[in-house]
Design a protein around this ligand. Structure first.
Ligand code: ATP
Ligand code: MG
Length: 392
């Protein structure tokens, strides 16, 4: 059976109130592909006001676009009124949306045939554009005339490549030709929309093909900081997550962290990751990792940095197993593993907390890490009182 219990309840209650309601979007596509759907979207003939009257707990997500968030037994479910999009004057946003009562009208405004499928609660699939045939053929095909659809909303071209990355499908010939023809129009898109698609693109198993396709269709020329020679960059894909994708873009173009952060409006978390990768990548220009590097780093980050070393430098990358052994053999892996805490130091010395305490802990951490002293309370006490304190 499709969907969660709560999402089926939402459809059933709308149906009982006399409205049509169906599952739509990526979840239907993923279900037909035998994949676990992520977020579940519901489309309905009911207007936003009507949706709100059927359910007691709802949140407006922009009724002008027709979306109401229904909270059903704790689960939030997006319910969007069937709509068409009015004229597009700027390649990026419909000037207005119009609510309609026909499901087929709603499916017609969707980007690709594989995303223009609906599923009724009865299990019946509504497929006016042969999306199922394209799913079998692994083909990404625009609904209707590709050039028209991309002129309405240029983001669809990047979405097409994002679906190549995630699904491993091919672009249908005329869809691909239209992208090459209209690639220049993505200039008008907001960077936030582009970034959101790239976050997903970077996570795809077929990211390498997708990056190749961006170059081939010349979409890459319109994207900020996209390396003109992407050969070495392609070697980095696929990525474990989108963070790795952004970090690899930075290294491919030899950009400063801040330049990438600014160009794509990256989050603080992303900025921090880029800084860490940059730091270890630079360390590797000089020498192999020290004990302290291994102590400080997260294993998966170093694995990624070594991939970058292989792609962008002449140095030999360090094998994952070697790094794993180095990390495993560290006497401690974080401060929390130290056999002593601040209270004990205050106890031993009779001193109150102060700046000295942090410094002392750090010195003990260092001594244990470099095996000057074993990570045992008595040994540390001995060392601390006789070696460290005397020198202070
Ligand atoms: P994912 O599984 O990554 O969420 P998705 O297909 O659900 O993929 P969404 O961005 O969540 O992608 O969009 C939901 C649906 O809305 C799509 O399946 C598609 O039918 C429609 N859609 C989204 N963006 C556009 C667009 N720019 N133009 C036309 N239709 C779109
Ligand atoms: Mg979705």
């Amino acid at each position: 059976m499709f969907g969660t219990h709560q999402s089926r309840t939402v459809i059933t209650r709308l149906n009982e109130a006399g409205y049509e309601a169906v599952f739509v979007g990526g979840a239907v596509r993923d279900y037909l592909l035998g994949k676990k759907p992520t977020d579940i979207d519901i489309a309905t003939s009911a207007t936003p006001a009507q949706v709100k009257s059927v359910f007691s707990n709802t949140i407006d997500l922009g009724t002008e676009h027709g979306t109401v968030l229904v909270i059903e037994s704790g689960e939030p479910i997006e319910v969007t009124t069937y709509r068409t999009e009015g004229t597009y004057s700027d390649n990026r946003r419909p000037d207005e949306v119009q609510f309609v009562t026909s499901l087929e009208e709603d499916l017609k405004r969707r980007d690709f045939t594989i995303n223009a499928l609906a599923l009724r609660i009865t299990g019946e699939v509504v497929d006016p554009f042969n999306g199922r045939a394209d799913l079998s053929a692994k083909s990404i095909r625009a609904v209707g005339n590709a050039s028209e659809r991309f002129s309405e909303d240029a983001l669809r071209m990047i979405r097409a490549v994002r679906f190549v990355s995630v699904l491993g499908f091919n672009l249908e010939a005329s869809t691909k030709a239209s992208i090459s023809e209209l690639a220049g129009t993505i200039k008008s898109l907001s960077i936030e929309r582009i970034k959101a698609e790239f976050d997903k693109l970077f996570q795809g198993m077929f990211a390498r093909q997708a990056l190749e396709l961006l170059a081939e269709t010349k979409l890459s020329r319109e994207l900020p900081l996209f390396p003109a020679q992407s050969g070495a960059w392609l070697q980095c894909a696929p990525f474990q997550n989108s963070l790795e994708g952004w970090a690899s873009l930075m290294l491919a173009g030899q950009f400063d962290v801040s330049k990438v952060v600014k160009a794509y409006k990256l989050s603080n978390k992303e900025r921090t990751y880029l800084k860490t990768v940059r730091k270890f990548f630079e360390i590797r220009q000089q020498h192999a990792y020290t004990i302290e590097d291994y102590y400080e780093a997260v294993f998966s980050t170093l694995v990624f940095v070594e991939k970058m070393v292989a792609a962008f430098t002449d140095s030999m990358p360090i094998d994952d197993r070697v790094m794993k052994d180095e990390m495993d053999s560290l006497p401690i892996h974080s401060k929390h593993e130290l056999a002593v805490k601040g209270e004990q130091l205050m106890d031993w010395t009779g001193k109150k907390a102060g700046r000295w305490l942090g410094e002392a802990i750090q010195a003990i951490e260092h001594a244990v890490l470099y095996q000057v002293v074993p990570n045992e309370q008595n040994a540390i006490k001995e060392w601390f009182l006789h070696e460290y304190e005397c020198k202070e």
